[in-house]
Design a protein around this ligand. Structure first.
Ligand SMILES: [Zn+2]
Length: 161
């Protein structure tokens, strides 16, 4: 609906000169909304559906990314993060109690490589580097994680640092 002034005349709406910027910001969401997993998608379209249980991870890599994101967003929803991490941890290796590290800010994830772990595989590995900052110091955790797929669901088994 167009704005109308007292006389009933249609007011000129100043054209925003930021048309191009608008379309850019639609394509590239604000940094704060980007999913921490690094795929460049907004969280809502990326790992959120996995965290909510609306979708299951199609690949071991997708599960790996969603677990990293759970860690990275744990400060917003510690209970939800712990629940998701527990639910996606294989029953044979799952810790009885999951303590999320305190004071760790996860700053980025690099997927270094994968083997198998595809939609039709029953196992796979993901090699990654997870970057973090703790006590003002940058660190990186490198790991080869093992995953299995049972009943169509990927779960994390264990990893070699
Ligand atoms: Zn994601």
């Amino acid at each position: 609906m167009l704005p109308v002034d007292g006389s009933g005349a249609i007011r000129e709406i100043p054209q925003r000169s930021a048309g191009i910027l608008d379309s850019v910001s639609r394509r590239y969401p604000p940094l704060a909304d980007l999913c921490p997993c690094g795929r460049g998608e907004p969280y809502e379209n990326c790992c959120a559906p996995l965290h909510r249980g609306d979708r299951t991870a199609p690949t071991a890599e997708a599960l790996m990314r969603s677990r990293y994101t759970a860690f990275a967003r744990a400060h917003r929803d510690p209970g939800g993060a712990a629940q998701y991490l527990t639910a996606t941890w294989h029953a044979s290796t799952r810790p009885a109690r999951l303590d999320l590290p305190d004071g760790v800010e996860w700053t980025g994830l690099d997927i270094v490589g994968t083997s198998r772990g595809g939609p039709f595989d029953s196992d796979g590995t993901v090699t990654f580097a997870a970057h973090f900052r703790q006590g003002g110091v940058d660190g990186v955790q490198r790991e080869v994680s093992r995953f299995v797929r049972e009943d169509g669901r990927w779960s994390y088994v264990d990893g070699d640092l």
